[in-house]
Design a protein around this ligand. Structure first.
Ligand code: ADP
Length: 491
């Protein structure tokens, strides 16, 4: 199968979040299975052309925007650890600036930048003579490729058989645009801007809605999130739109990169370990605690609970703030926070370390190597998310035998299961109600399993044995691609 991935992020070349991970592992896995996958990405200023070995093809793309033409240059490279071709679309007016989306405030011309990019995807195919069976677009940035496929390109023999698949990574970011400009740039007539049409959303153009409505099949990154977003609490105003496409919509849990996240070979951690080698795992805890100011005179055997997270409302930080001080006063454990984001949240964790200098440690900032060390070193991983489309960190924790204490929502509910003392099944401690007391109760259940054998070893073995492989995920995406091709050819 020929599969084109259109994406605004790609790990490790240009990453801002989990989208980049999926955009990389999926083509890599598909290629291993014998499929022909290519990736198209904007050429951002931050991409290190030399480091990743990109070459200018000297091919110019003519991209029709509304009634005028614009231009792009095509660069070619390879996704690391694979032979998957990556094509960069260069247009310096749009992409030669700091950042990917604009942070904290999105760039005001994101409609124009990403509509341009979404059109350019088809010109990349023409320049390469690449006739895809599937165009797989991710999140609102590339949603317009699916509209363009149906509106402008399906009559072109190169794309007449092409089916469109759209993946929602986070419904919270939708791309709501002014219709006067968004429709002008995309060349879609204003007459199509009607209530209930794919292009109208409360007087705006909503790119996320466009993707959902124009795809042959839609996926999101976990089965539970695919159910949750049909309800208004999680639906971010698009629950009605999603329900209208419910028959073409499924959730597929992301896998994780087993090469990057492997406690047996991870170059970031001090001691490697496999299932059962928990003494070696504790060495990582010892090392982390020494690095963060404790000494051998301190008790190194206390349970360690950690968080590695963006400090935003989504991640349930308000529950932590409501309860952690009390818990640290009552129970004997340590807490490590690696995170950054909301300034008030950051300050809370600084305050907590001030109050409990030996028991509450923190690193405020983004540090990829430290994220591996913290996850390997910890006994428990706290993740009280308000919502979680998939969530990767609970899965990394499982792989490292670090027991999640997590709220049952989205991808967490599909990967973390309460430990059952009777039949010794389960890999974590969970709570459902978004309430500090429910979180605190899950934490106290977790603390009581610590060193309680045989359960303490058993739960960690269960965690490490849990299948999170990207190959399983890619196989499910292939089924969706085939489903999309079948429905496209029956249309
Ligand atoms: P989200 O994409 O909503 O932030 P995920 O759990 O899907 O949540 O992915 C978060 C990714 O970002 C993980 O790979 C995690 O290790 C990483 N991460 C988050 N915060 C930090 C940080 N402060 N330092 C290093 N890595 C971080």
């Amino acid at each position: 199968m020929k599969i084109l991935t259109a994406t605004a992020e790609l790990t490790p070349i240009a990453q801002a979040g989990g989208l980049g991970d999926v955009a990389a592992f999926l083509p890599r896995e598909l290629e291993k299975m014998g499929h022909n996958a290519i990736i198209v990405l904007p050429k951002y200023r931050a991409i290190d052309i030399e480091k990743w070995g990109f070459k200018n093809t000297h091919k110019t793309l003519v991209v029709q925007m509304g009634y005028w033409n614009e231009y792009a240059l095509l660069w070619e490279g390879t996704l690391p650890n694979s032979t998957v071709k990556v094509y960069l679309v260069e247009n310096n007016e749009y992409f030669d600036r700091a950042g990917i989306y604009g942070d904290p405030i999105e760039f005001s011309d994101n409609d124009r930048r990403f509509i341009f990019f979404s059109k350019a995807v088809f010109e990349v195919c023409k320049a390469l003579g690449y006739s895809p069976d599937i165009i797989h677009a991710h999140d609102y940035h590339t949603a317009f490729t699916l509209a363009f496929l149906k509106e402008f390109y399906q009559n072109d023999p190169m794309f007449s058989h092409t089916a469109g698949v759209y993946t929602i990574h986070n419904l919270a970011y939708q791309g709501k645009f002014n219709p006067d400009t968004a429709l002008l740039y995309s060349g879609i007539p204003l007459s199509k801007f009607q209530p209930y049409s794919p292009y109208e959303y409360y007087g705006m153009v909503n790119a996320m809605k466009v993707g959902i409505m124009m795809a042959d099949k839609i996926t999101t990154v976990s089965p539970t999130y695919s159910q949750e977003i049909r309800w208004s609490y999680f639906g971010e105003g698009l629950d009605g739109v999603i329900n209208s496409r419910a028959a073409d919509f499924i959730g597929i849990l992301n896998g994780i990169d087993y090469d990057e996240w492997n406690p047996e070979s991870d170059l970031n951690i001090s001691a490697h370990y496999s299932i059962g080698e928990f003494d070696k795992k504790s060495y990582n805890k010892h090392k982390l605690l020494l690095d963060y100011g404790l000494s051998d005179y301190d008790d190194m055997n206390l349970p360690l609970i950690s968080m590695v997270t963006r400090l935003t409302d989504q991640k349930g930080v308000d529950l932590v703030i409501a309860k952690l001080e009390e818990l640290l006063s009552q129970h004997n454990f340590r807490f490590f926070l690696l995170g950054s984001g909301n300034y008030n949240y950051e300050n809370y964790f600084r305050y907590l370390s001030h109050r409990f200098p030996k028991n509450a440690l923190n690193y405020i900032g983004y540090n990829a190597a430290l994220s591996h060390q913290v996850i390997a070193a910890s006994d428990f991983f706290l993740m009280p998310s308000r919502f979680e489309p998939c969530g990767l960190t609970q899965m990394y924790s499982l792989r490292y035998g670090t027991i999640p204490i997590a709220r049952q929502t989205g991808g967490i509910a599909d990967s973390v299961f309460e430990y059952d003392y009777n039949n010794q099944s389960g890999n974590g401690f969970t709570f459902w109600q978004y309430h500090p007391d429910d979180m605190a109760y899950a934490i106290s259940r977790a603390l009581s399993i610590y060193n309680n054998q045989p359960h303490w070893n058993k739960i960690r073995e269960n965690a490490m044995n849990h299948n999170l492989s990207a190959t399983t995920t890619a196989t499910k995406y292939l089924e969706v691609y085939q489903w999309a091709i079948n429905s496209q050819s029956n249309a």
